[in-house]
Design a binder for this molecule. Structure first.
Ligand code: AHR
Length: 501
């Protein structure tokens, strides 16, 4: 079969917000403890950070990092995580039935974020937490010394304000599993009151309200509409969460790789629904304020669903091992972010180490999971503007989504550097695809680099023993013939192609 991809560097969707390449670090399982903070490891530095883990995280180039939860945050007292470590309380973390030592807290996270060169995105506790505690945290983080909490920060070794800009107003408050779960109107009213106090403390902050936890919630999408109508003028972003699987978690379906490999249909329709709710609320409120989407939890998650930590420290929970088909779905998710670049301005993969993560560690080693590679390639090369790519590809029938094109594509072009990037997934498990690329305006001067991930076994995965079983390799660059080039995409493949214009 054949397909065509037409590009025009002037046919753009929007600027690509670099913040769509974000991560999420929650106090759960082995994400923080034994993940990014592992003082007992022989590999750890004097701060307890692992240089090997840091290096791999830097390769992804996360631009923003959500913290400290997740479900964890809805029972978290932020003051537990400041001050001398030996005085910090051990607590039961009810969300994941774990024991929290608080040896890693606010200042340790800020040091971690600084080292990674990533912006912190802090979630406040709107479950058991009060609006006053949320405002106190903003004061601690962002105000110059001279008041109680800013002076407390200075006494804990950081006189300069941190200037944290991005703040989540709680987490998944629509979920009955959430500590302090509420209905939409009650949440929205609390979020507005928190927003007021937080902004009065620091008017420069950006606020993110909770959207639905997933599209399967009985309250979806009414939750989203109600919260947007009530909070719209007080927030800057609206959060989306979604996890996908083969089969999807709790759905009771049988595995179906053809449907799974068409998952971007679901990602796009979810985005369209919430973007429509934003527009509806804006019109209803006669508002002039634009709210953008912050997809601050997204990933493949369906195998390791047991969240019971049995009251231990750093329990081994949610440690998904990712395979080739998962990486192809992650690539489509990132392409969706480019195709929806006009509305999606922030996104955070959940999570970054060990817990549903691109990096897996034990105390002596780490390996990059399959999903690491599309993340790093998009984050390092999608820049400038997202292009509106015209794709013509054979349709393939899927049980979940009907007819879906065999090819999933997205592209970026940076007018300042003249660099283009093209991201292609051949969804077929059996058929190669001959693709003709055409530039309708200026043809590239050259292709500069290309990578591909492919294989015959969709379930192939990496492990400590075989860390490089599924990775990307550099490909021979296609030849340019005027404004055209052709390349063959193997079945089950993800290809990245860079061009210079
Ligand atoms: O990322 C794991 C969990 O998934 C988060 O704590 C929660 O917000 C979501 O349900």
């Amino acid at each position: 079969p054949t397909a065509s991809v037409s590009l025009h560097t002037g046919r753009t969707i929007s600027d690509i917000s670099p913040l769509i390449f974000g991560g999420f670090a929650e106090h759960m399982g082995r994400c923080i403890y034994e993940g990014i903070y592992d003082p007992a490891s022989p590999l750890a530095d004097e701060r307890g950070f692992r240089p090997d883990v840091m290096q791999a995280l830097k390769e992804i180039q996360f631009r923003i990092m959500r913290y400290p939860g997740g479900n964890f945050v809805s029972g978290y007292r932020w003051q537990d995580g400041i001050g001398p470590k030996e005085k910090r309380p051990r607590r039961r973390a009810l969300a994941w039935r774990s024991t929290e030592t608080n040896q890693f807290g606010l200042h340790e996270f800020m040091e971690f974020a600084q080292e990674l060169n990533t912006l912190p995105m802090w979630a406040v506790n709107l479950g058991t937490g009060t609006i006053q505690e949320a405002a106190d945290l903003v004061e601690y983080m962002n105000l110059p010394t001279g008041t109680y909490f800013s002076d407390l920060r200075a006494s804990n070794g950081h006189a300069d304000p941190y200037g944290v800009k991005y703040w989540c107003l709680g987490n998944e408050m629509d979920g009955p599993w959430q500590i302090g779960h509420m209905d939409a109107a009650t949440y929205a009213d609390k979020a507005v009151e928190a927003a007021k106090l937080m902004r009065w403390t620091d008017p420069s902050i950006k606020l993110i309200a909770c959207g639905s936890s997933n599209t399967g919630m009985p309250t979806y999408p009414d939750w989203d509409r109600t919260v947007l109508e009530r909070t719209g003028d007080h927030i800057d972003y609206f959060s989306m969460h979604y996890y996908v699987g083969n089969p999807s978690m709790g759905a009771g379906e049988i595995p179906d790789t053809d449907s799974y490999l068409a998952s971007s249909v679901q990602f796009e329709s979810h985005t369209d629904t919430i973007a429509a709710a934003i527009r509806l609320a804006k019109a209803k409120n006669r508002s002039k304020k634009d709210v953008f989407l912050c997809w601050d939890e997204w990933n493949v998650w369906y195998r390791e669903t047991g969240g019971d930590g049995n009251w231990s420290e750093a329990p081994h929970i949610l440690e998904e091992v990712y395979n080739l088909e998962d990486a192809l779905v992650v690539a489509q998710w990132l392409s969706t972010f480019l195709r929806k670049a006009d509305v999606i301005k922030v996104a955070c993969i959940a999570q970054i180490v060990n817990v549903i993560a691109p990096i897996m560690t034990n105390s002596n080693a780490m390996f990059r999971q399959t999903i690491f590679y599309p993340l790093a390639l998009f984050s390092n090369h999608a820049a400038g503007q997202a292009l509106d790519v015209l794709v013509k590809a054979p349709l393939r029938e899927t049980k979940l989504y009907g007819d879906v094109p065999q090819l999933d594509a997205s592209a970026s072009f940076d007018a300042q550097t003249g660099r283009g990037a093209l991201f292609l997934v051949n969804r077929s498990q059996t058929e190669a695809l001959d693709v003709t690329l055409t530039w309708d305006d200026t043809a590239p001067q050259s292709f500069t680099q290309g990578w591909q991930m492919s294989g015959s076994d969709p379930k192939a995965a990496n492990s400590f023993a075989t860390p490089d079983a599924v990775t990307t390799h550099e490909i021979d660059l296609p030849k340019l013939d005027g404004n055209r080039a052709t390349l063959t995409l193997p079945p089950l493949s993800f290809t990245t192609l860079l061009s210079q214009h």
